[in-house]
Design a protein around this ligand. Structure first.
Ligand code: PAN
Ligand code: ZN
Length: 191
């Protein structure tokens, strides 16, 4: 009945309840959290980050998932909740990554809060798109991506990406992104 697709596992269909008001996955089977201490090396003001770590090392963001096989044909999906705040005057953000399989894209649907999806290519081209509830952002293949919370409530987004994508954090750690987002005099500045 099917063409041969040897590397794709057959699993049972399932549904997952999302709370679109709070921006929560109600029954995730995996929760990954990153605390401030996981963000060393990413912010402009390293001393300000150390103060936040010394002050209790709060959760910076969390990722809620019901994992499926990380294989071609499957679609990974998750909800990420990035808390509001600044390190110095730089907005809280995720580490960011390229996909290990660089020719895989991703769809983000913003559910709650306000922010930016910052994207870059390996040769340094940089673009960003606004996140606000109901807005979808398409991250094309090859683009590294990082979420940034520019608001004062959690930035919640739902994302979907190919099962085989994988995450490459090392290259972003080395390269950084050409642009950052700051709050200055109450306004969001990207520079
Ligand atoms: C997302 C991200 C999630 C957390 O699921 O993994 O928002 O960001 P970091 O992975 O950069 O810590 C995604 O882009 N997956 O491919
Ligand atoms: Zn991704």
């Amino acid at each position: 009945m099917f063409d041969t697709l040897p590397e794709t596992s057959l699993i049972q269909p399932f549904g997952v309840q999302l709370d679109l008001v709070e921006g929560l996955m109600e029954n995730p089977t995996r929760r990954t959290e990153r605390r401030a201490s996981a963000m060393r090396g990413h912010y402009n003001d390293a001393a300000a980050l150390e103060k936040i770590i010394e002050g209790g090392d709060p959760v910076h963001y969390e990722v809620l998932e019901v994992p499926v096989p990380e294989e071609t044909g499957h679609l990974m999906f998750c909800i990420s909740r990035l808390f509001p705040g600044t390190v110095g005057d730089e907005c809280f953000m995720t580490k960011g990554h390229y996909h290990t399989r660089v020719n895989t894209g991703e769809i983000y649907l913003a559910l709650r809060g306000k922010g930016l999806m910052m994207m870059k290519t390996p040769d340094g081209e940089c673009r960003w798109e606004e996140f606000r509830p109901g807005r979808m952002v398409y991250v094309p293949p090859y683009w590294g991506h990082r979420s940034i919370n520019t608001g004062d409530e959690p930035l919640v987004s739902f994302c979907v990406y190919p099962g085989e994508a994988g995450h490459n954090y090392g290259d972003i750690e080395t390269e950084g992104f050409p642009k950052r987002a700051f709050i200055r005099d109450g306004s969001v500045i990207v520079e």
